[in-house]
Write a protein that binds this ligand. Structure first.
Ligand SMILES: Nc1ncnc2c1ncn2[C@@H]1O[C@H](COP(=O)(O)OP(=O)(O)OP(=O)(O)O)[C@@H](O)[C@H]1O
Length: 761
């Protein structure tokens, strides 16, 4: 009895939907805005008036309102399901970019949208995507109908969440195709039945080439978020490949806070007669109005002191700290955690599992804390109420600066941003302050009185936790590499630093010696400008590797050799430029954003790694690479030299320094003692093992000898001894087992001797 009722209800539902779609299509067509038009500017009084007057749903069939100037979502020609979703999620009034983009996007036009960070661009493409599929009556059996490309998996996850929220009442299946290698098979199993795919270009391409029956020939709408980054050369091959597999007849929406207008880029995604919507083009600033921005000139070796002092003075804030490499993030997080600043610390980078990242973001949203991050979260990350964004390392360009600071002051909220800039990178400040950049940034003078000096505390932590020394070394190396690999040599030029700077920086990380570094680079991948910039000793036909070395012990030159991690060969296909360690460093890059792409996929997709050619560059720079000597002519450890310098400036008490050194020495001696004891223990254990082995061997020989003469019961006994007792190895009870073994063997030995003497007797 119930089945026919169900069928009737379903049929009625379908009919209602069909009626709604007919009405929506007519409304969209009748009230669409003229091409190239923008909605009139919004004054507070007009907003309310427009909400009641001009907009609104059609009163009766055939009487359609224009929707190009409305202000509320309810006034747009949207399906009931989408409106319900929006209402449930608490979205009522449209933001500027939504007002401007939605009317054009809803009537099927291609859109190239730009608006400041945090201004609500996500809804400006999520709504048209849902509506398009709804009006096309897309169903599960139709497969993928919408693709959203995002530069990284975290952002893809966030966009997916917005789809889930707003599309709650629709019946579409959607997925964030961002899984790790393990998730690939699961994705393969479902991807063909998903209607909305939010994915990174690399992952999508992988499915396009590997997943059977995965077909994108029916795609209705393509969205590219963070379009300037996704259309950047880093993704070029992947995006071109993806786009070539999509139907030419489709709608395309491109959004970003820092938009591309490059005709070449747009041609690549074949935009048709697009609407250029840049709602803040005429605004006096490129960053949110509610954002206060400050910069401070901080020498490299003072950055951690400054960061620590900042954190200590903002214990009641939610602070997001950007550093330029994974190793730096890990190091600063680990060391600061040990020093206990009095506020929870978290860290996040592209090497973490997606689920872990999600959990950390959720925790950060919940409590006032400090989150150290790489640039993986510079774009798109939407966290309400971030009070401060602190950029410890200089952003590689203005666009990245805008995206980083845009993690605060989102959607009408207030926020503050602070950037530390080394004197050697001051050119970036000039660029930011240039009129055309439209960035109201103010220089703040560091308050040296309130600056806490923590280098020695860090050194003490490193003595106590030796594994952090290695991490510190890596942090040092990856920082210098990140500077070295930047393409904007006007700002980033290692030659502006000298050996003293490097030594001081190493000391500020608590390192007892300045790590050595060597850069090897394929000439082909070096920016021309930089090639001219450095003194390359190379004949035209030479194929030797180019080597730039930094060595604190070398006189005058930047030389170095680091045995394990610092020989860098260009790898064209790698896209994660997150500077994890030496082996991940690529050719000079346009962008340092941690794209979180899966490198192995990219390699599979046909980018051949370059041959390691032996190009050698030896750079002899007339730089201030002085090594410090003490009164007796011995080279001084950098920490000592720095301590001396600081002391002369009366920042640190000399007595304190010697006390600290004495303390460190004591700690080292203690460690030394422990190491010696441990070494002795290991030797003892080895000796015992050896002895036991020897005895066992002898025993076996004797057993073999006594086999013929031994009684049946003896043999059984032996068998029981060897087979009946299972042994479990656990490093904790190794000593006890060994002792037991010793007893057993001693008994067996005695038995064997008895047997032997019986034989001989
Ligand atoms: N119409 C709206 N009403 C209220 N809140 C909104 C509206 N539109 C967007 N938001 C909220 O504003 C915040 C920022 O939105 P969104 O992440 O889309 O910004 P964005 O422009 O994409 O930023 P970015 O350039 O940094 O990626 C989100 O928390 C979102 O929920």
């Amino acid at each position: 009895m119930r089945r026919p009722q169900f069928r009737v209800a379903a049929k009625q539902g379908r009919l209602r939907e069909a009626d709604e779609i007919r009405l929506l299509e007519a409304w969209i067509d009748a009230g669409k805005p003229a091409r190239g038009t923008k909605p009139p500017p919004l004054s507070k009084s007009s907003a309310a008036a427009q909400g009641k007057g001009k907009g609104g749903a059609p009163k009766a069939a055939g009487e359609y309102t224009e929707y190009g100037a409305c202000t509320l979502f309810d006034e747009l020609p949207l399906s009931k399901k989408t409106k319900d979703g929006l209402r449930k999620a608490g979205f009522k009034e449209m933001s500027e970019i939504q007002r401007a983009a939605l009317p054009h996007a809803l009537c099927g036009r291609d859109v190239l949208g730009a608006a400041k960070t945090g201004s609500g661009k996500t809804l400006a493409f999520v709504i048209p995507a849902l509506e398009k599929l709804y009006r096309e009556r897309w169903g599960p059996e139709d497969g993928p109908g919408c693709i959203v490309l995002s530069p990284n998996k975290d952002l893809a996850g966030q966009i997916f969440d917005v789809f889930k929220k707003v599309g709650k009442f629709h019946g579409f299946s959607a997925g964030a195709i961002v899984g790790n290698r393990k998730g690939l098979d699961e994705e393969k199993a479902v991807i063909t039945s998903l209607n909305i795919l939010v994915c990174t270009p690399g992952r999508l391409l992988q499915h396009m080439s590997e997943t059977t029956n995965f077909d994108c020939a029916q795609i209705q709408i393509l969205v590219i978020d963070e379009a300037d980054q996704v259309l950047d050369k880093k993704f070029q091959e992947q995006v071109d490949n993806v786009v070539s597999q999509l139907p030419r007849v489709r709608q395309t929406l491109l959004f970003s806070a820092t938009q591309t207008k490059s005709v070449k880029d747009l041609a690549r995604v074949s935009l048709k007669d697009p609407e250029y919507i840049s709602v803040h083009e005429e605004a006096s600033t490129a960053t949110p109005d509610n954002l206060e921005q400050y910069a401070m000139i901080v020498p490299l070796d003072q950055k951690l002191n400054m960061l620590w002092s900042f954190i200590k003075r903002h214990l009641d804030s939610r602070t997001l700290v950007f550093l330029s490499s994974v190793k730096q993030v890990k190091f600063v997080y680990e060391v600061f955690k040990k020093l206990r600043p009095g506020i929870p610390l978290k860290c996040m980078h592209g090497r973490m599992k997606y689920e872990v990242q999600q959990a950390i973001v959720a925790e950060f949203k919940e409590s006032k804390s400090v989150l150290f991050s790489t640039d993986i979260f510079a774009r798109g990350l939407d966290i309400e109420n971030v009070d401060w964004v602190v950029q410890v390392d200089c952003p590689e360009n203005i666009a990245l600066y805008i995206h980083r600071v845009g993690r605060t002051a989102r959607y009408n909220k207030r926020g503050k941003a602070l950037m530390f800039i080394c004197p050697e990178e001051e050119r970036m400040l000039e660029k930011l302050k240039a009129t055309e950049s439209k960035i109201p940034i103010y220089i703040k003078k560091p308050n040296t009185e309130k600056l806490e000096q923590i280098s020695q505390n860090i050194a003490a932590v490193l003595v106590k936790f030796p594994n952090l020394q290695q991490l510190g070394k890596r942090a040092f190396v990856t920082y210098l590499k990140s500077v070295y690999l930047q393409s904007d040599k006007e700002v980033f030029d290692l030659s502006r630093f000298n050996m003293e700077n490097f030594a001081a920086y190493a000391a500020s990380l608590g390192l007892p010696v300045t790590p050595k570094i060597r850069f090897v680079r394929h000439k082909k991948n070096m920016p021309k400008k930089y090639m001219e910039d450095i003194n390359v000793k190379q004949t035209k036909r030479s194929l030797k590797p180019e080597v730039i070395e930094i060595n604190p012990q070398a006189d005058g030159n930047l030389i170095v050799d680091d045995e394990d991690d610092d020989i860098l060969y260009p790898k064209e296909s790698k896209t994660d430029v997150n500077m994890d360690d030496g082996l991940d460093i690529l050719h000079p890059k346009e962008s340092t954003a941690d794209t979180n792409m899966e490198p192995e996929k990219v390699t599979k997709l046909g980018n051949k790694p370059l041959k390691k050619k032996k190009l050698k560059i030896n750079v002899h720079r007339p730089l201030g690479t002085r090594v410090k000597f003490d009164d007796e002519g011995n080279t001084m450890p950098p920490l000592a030299s720095i301590a001396g310098e600081v002391a002369t400036e009366d920042v640190i008490d000399k007595e304190k320094i010697s006390q600290r050194y004495a303390e460190m020495l004591r700690e080292l001696q203690e460690h030394d003692k422990e190491d010696k004891l441990e070494h002795k223990r290991i030797l003892r254990e080895k000796k015992l093992q050896k002895k036991l082995k020897l005895k066992r061997k002898r025993n076996e020989e004797m057993d073999a000898g006594s086999e013929d003469s031994g009684s049946e019961s003896d043999r059984d006994q032996n068998k029981a001894g060897s087979k009946g007792k299972k042994r479990y190895f656990n490093s904790d009870d190794e000593g006890e087992d060994a002792a037991k073994d010793g007893d057993v063997l001693a008994k067996q030995e005695a038995l064997a001797l008895r047997l032997l003497s019986q034989m001989h007797g």
